[in-house]
Design a protein around this ligand. Structure first.
Ligand code: ADP
Length: 401
């Protein structure tokens, strides 16, 4: 069974081709700067050759044409070789698990767009363009929210008037479900214990970021909420802001709801605080060079991860392992050290040398950076959301093809 996994952002499209019998990656690539000058296509073939070239990608449709042409010149002889396409979707709304795309699924994704304004428009466009180009394939929407339906009502409910919960279904739905679920499985493998016995805190720290409490394989709380802006400070998203402050700012600065949304999602977070970049590498470099705002952005980012990880420790009543993942979590020893600084009394002790040396990659997905004296294991794990997506897609195809 061949499954193509597609993960599209507002100006990017990542894709991975899996052979599901052995879960082998046959091909993987990404097109960046869609709709802008200088779009680039980079990919890695089965022989692990890296290629980067210019791409014609004025929109997502053209980007897909480029992807299919590349796949046909490589691992596929015909697009009908593909059994299914798994599309990443942020918010599943009423859908609790991956679903075969049909008009109801599309309208549910559209209904959720105000909650995920940065990502859903591009995701919908990509699904529609892909279905036009490949009407014969089974298309499956895989939602970021599926993993968090197990969060109990007491953790999911907002303190708003009752009907928002009972009639509109407003509750914490969380995101990054594929990543949290994947690294939890990997952590269990590394600890050599069944996932069903473990309490884990997983910190997915990338452009988007969230912390999750996982109790015996089930998500019981997470820092992201009903929209993709609550919780941690992110690349350009604000994270927690006193809700009372939002209308005050809107009135003071005469902002429309759309302008406020744009501020919270695009102009805030690491970028808004540092004024330097949304990219943690650039922030760390600027902070090291003496830029005070960059240092504050870095410190605030780490502090908020610490605060949420601490909350999850109480929620779980202790834990067996804490996992760092995502672009920042996997690659930044500085962030990991700051997050767990002065938490020895709680059982976290990082080995400074292992932390500095830890390098994860697709071939070396797990690094243990805990000191011998650490009661709780501290792991760095390379996430693989695409594989979780492919597995869910396989389940849907298996039942509905
Ligand atoms: P996305 O959420 O878009 O998938 P990623 O998980 O790829 O994002 O994470 C992107 C973030 O990872 C960026 O802030 C980037 O700066 C950060 N990052 C990548 N490599 C490093 C590194 N070596 N040190 C610090 N941060 C890094």
């Amino acid at each position: 069974m061949l499954i193509l996994v597609i993960n599209s952002g507002s100006s990017s499209l990542k894709y991975t081709l899996f052979r599901m019998e052995d879960e082998a990656v046959l091909f993987a690539g990404a097109i960046d700067r869609i709709g802008q000058d200088g779009a680039r296509h980079s990919f890695r073939d089965a022989a692990n050759h890296e290629v980067e070239k210019e791409a014609y990608a004025p929109d997502h449709g053209a980007a897909l044409d480029e992807v299919f042409a590349t796949l046909l010149a490589g691992p596929l002889t015909s697009l009908s070789d593909l059994d299914a396409v798994a599309h990443r979707v942020g918010h599943g709304g009423k859908y609790r698990e991956a679903a075969r795309v049909n008009p109801d699924v599309i309208s549910e994704i559209r209904r959720m767009t105000p909650l995920i304004p940065l990502h859903h428009p591009a995701m919908i466009r990509e699904i529609e363009e892909c279905m036009i180009r490949m009407p014969q394939a089974v298309h499956v929407a895989v939602f970021d929210t599926w993993f968090h339906w197990s969060i109990p009502d007491e953790a999911a409910i907002y303190g708003l008037p009752w009907h928002y919960f009972s009639d509109r279904g407003y509750r914490r739905t969380g995101f990054h479900g594929n990543s949290h679920a994947y690294v939890a499985e990997k952590a269990a493998d590394r600890l050599g214990r069944p996932l069903g016995e473990l309490k884990l805190i997983t910190c997915h720290l990338g452009n988007g970021a969230s912390v999750c409490a996982i109790d015996r394989g089930r998500s019981v709380d997470t820092s992201l909420g009903m929209t993709s802006v609550e919780g941690l400070m992110m690349g350009t998203r604000a994270g927690d802001v006193d809700p009372g402050l939002i209308p005050v700012i809107m009135k003071e600065d005469s902002l429309s709801p759309d302008e406020m949304i744009s501020m919270l999602y695009r102009d805030s977070g690491l970028l808004g605080v540092s004024g330097v970049s949304r990219d943690m590498r650039e922030i760390e470099a600027a902070a090291a060079g003496g830029n005070d705002r960059a240092r504050l952005a870095l410190d605030a980012f780490c502090y908020k991860v610490k605060r949420y990880a601490g909350a999850m420790l109480m929620v779980l009543g202790g834990c067996d392992a804490l996992v760092f993942t995502g672009g920042i979590g996997s690659n930044s020893p500085t962030v990991r050290a700051k997050v767990l600084a002065s938490t020895e009394m709680l059982g976290f002790v990082i080995d400074a040398e292992k932390n500095a040396r830890a390098r994860t990659s697709p071939d070396n997905q797990v690094e243990d950076i805990s000191a011998k004296s650490s009661v709780i294991k501290i792991l760095v794990i390379e996430t693989f959301e695409e594989l979780m997506m492919a597995r869910q897609c396989r389940k849907v195809v298996g039942t509905k093809k």
